[in-house]
Design a binder for this molecule. Structure first.
Ligand code: SAM
Ligand code: SF4
Length: 406
């Protein structure tokens, strides 16, 4: 979401006449798009901000702005905490910030500057903002607000615009993307995907992130049937224990979650499945954690994103005791990582000898081209290929996190 926000800011800067994305040493203005989902993300933003103090004082006229989820959490208190910070603005309402820039730089700006035509092959396209769920550990509903779906016609027009500018892969985005409901006619994500799929020139379509409660058969069929829809589903489970899921207020049981995956595997041939897991949530017992390990071993996801629970002020869980010691959180994190490394390795090894479709993204420092398969696996190519090319290749070797193909 922050990456999509940064892209949208870049467009607005260029409309104003400012060149986005220049090297920091040549820039007049630094904009930090922050995340508040875990304390670690906030600490990193604060430390970047600290480092920018020297950059700002090195040349008169430089400014620093901050936006993103930390603004929703701390608001203008950030200006008092960080004295060298000049602007704080809500990403949902950036107009005031741009109006101030317009006033400030009046005369120095000569109208819109073009964005580089070939700046990207991939784009995130937000389709639903905010989140109506109330998972007890999560700060998102407090900093991003209630769900609000964008009109399907607007999304489709933006997709066309992106593809005309060279984008070949679009990821439809939302904190809870599969609760998308078009304000025009109430149609859902599957219908929206059908519209975007038809945009001429689009090669691949993905969506992120889904809530297990809303994973309908209609959506699974869209993945299976639409030519651009990639055979991939990211479905955060968070825990493999019903009691823990209850405390997290996830509103599904492990059995219900597993039933969705079963339907996904039955309906979409070769689908790759990935998930998010939080270890060390308030009160997570050893038995509950073992349930999570067992579930992961049974499902055999392609990828698992693992986080240690981080208490967030204002959330329901913040009032509970963060009672799993850090050392135990780290042990559990390590245990999930090790299990998943083995599973991902086995799943990738099973692909050796098979053909995969790779969309080339770029060239690594060793001169080899790399890209991603439709299932979102990273693949390194033994033959040269240029960014944007789609090649069908045979997997020659594999490791837990990537494939090599020729
Ligand atoms: N909407 C998605 C869902 O239903 O799970 C996920 C969005 S959330 C911003 C991204 C991931 O961050 C979550 O899946 C969760 O694993 C992690 N996360 C959120 N709050 C967290 C917290 N307080 N501590 C650790 N991880 C957290
Ligand atoms: Fe946070 Fe996702 Fe739960 Fe919404 S559904 S509250 S974004 S974890």
């Amino acid at each position: 979401m922050n990456s999509a926000d940064a892209d949208s800011l870049a467009e607005q800067f260029s409309e104003l006449g400012m060149v986005p994305g220049v090297e920091l040493e040549n820039a007049d203005l630094a904009v930090l798009v922050t995340c508040a989902v875990r304390q670690h993300a906030e600490d990193r933003a604060s430390s970047h901000l600290g480092e920018l103090a020297a950059w700002k004082s090195a040349r008169p006229g430089r400014g620093i702005a901050l936006t993103g989820c930390m603004v929703g959490e701390h608001g203008s208190a950030l200006l008092r905490r960080f004295r060298h910070l000049d602007y704080v603005f809500d990403m949902r309402e950036p107009e005031g910030f741009f109006a101030r820039l317009r006033d400030l730089y009046q005369g120095a700006l000569e109208g819109p500057v073009p964005l580089p035509a070939s700046d990207r092959l991939f784009a995130y396209l937000p389709v639903i903002l905010g989140c109506n769920e109330m998972c007890t550990y999560c700060i998102v509903p407090f900093v991003r607000g209630r769900e609000s779906s964008r009109p399907a016609a607007q999304v489709e027009a933006e997709a066309r615009h992106l593809v005309e500018r060279g984008v070949v892969e679009i990821t439809l985005l939302g904190q809870n993307v599969n609760s998308y409901e078009s304000p025009e006619d109430g149609s859902g994500l599957a219908e929206l995907m059908t519209r975007v799929d038809r945009v001429p020139g689009l090669r691949r379509l993905r969506f992120l992130t889904s809530h297990p409660r809303n994973a309908s058969d209609r959506l699974l069929d869209a993945i299976a049937d639409l030519p651009t829809a990639c055979e991939q589903l990211h479905l955060p489970v968070q825990s493999g224990s019903d009691s823990c899921l209850g405390r997290m207020k996830r509103e599904y049981s492990v059995a219900e979650y597993l039933a969705v995956l079963e339907r996904a595997r039955a309906r979409v041939e070769g689908i790759s499945l990935s998930t998010d897991v939080i270890v060390g949530f308030c009160g997570e017992s050893e038995a509950e954690f073992q349930d999570t390990l067992q579930m992961l071993a049974a499902v055999r996801f392609d990828t698992v994103h693992i986080q240690a629970y981080s208490p967030r002020p204002g959330t329901a869980a913040y009032r509970r005791s963060d009672d799993v010691p850090l050392a135990v959180k780290k042990e559990r994190l390590q245990a999930v990582l090790e299990l998943q490394r083995r599973i991902s390795d086995e799943r990738n090894q099973a692909l050796v000898g098979q053909t995969v479709e790779v969309l080339v993204e770029g060239t690594g420092s060793d001169g080899r081209a790399f890209g991603r398969t439709r299932q979102n696996r990273v693949a390194w190519l033994e033959e040269p290929a240029g960014p944007g090319e789609v090649v069908t290749v045979r997997v020659t070797s594999a490791s837990a996190w990537q494939l090599v193909a020729a």
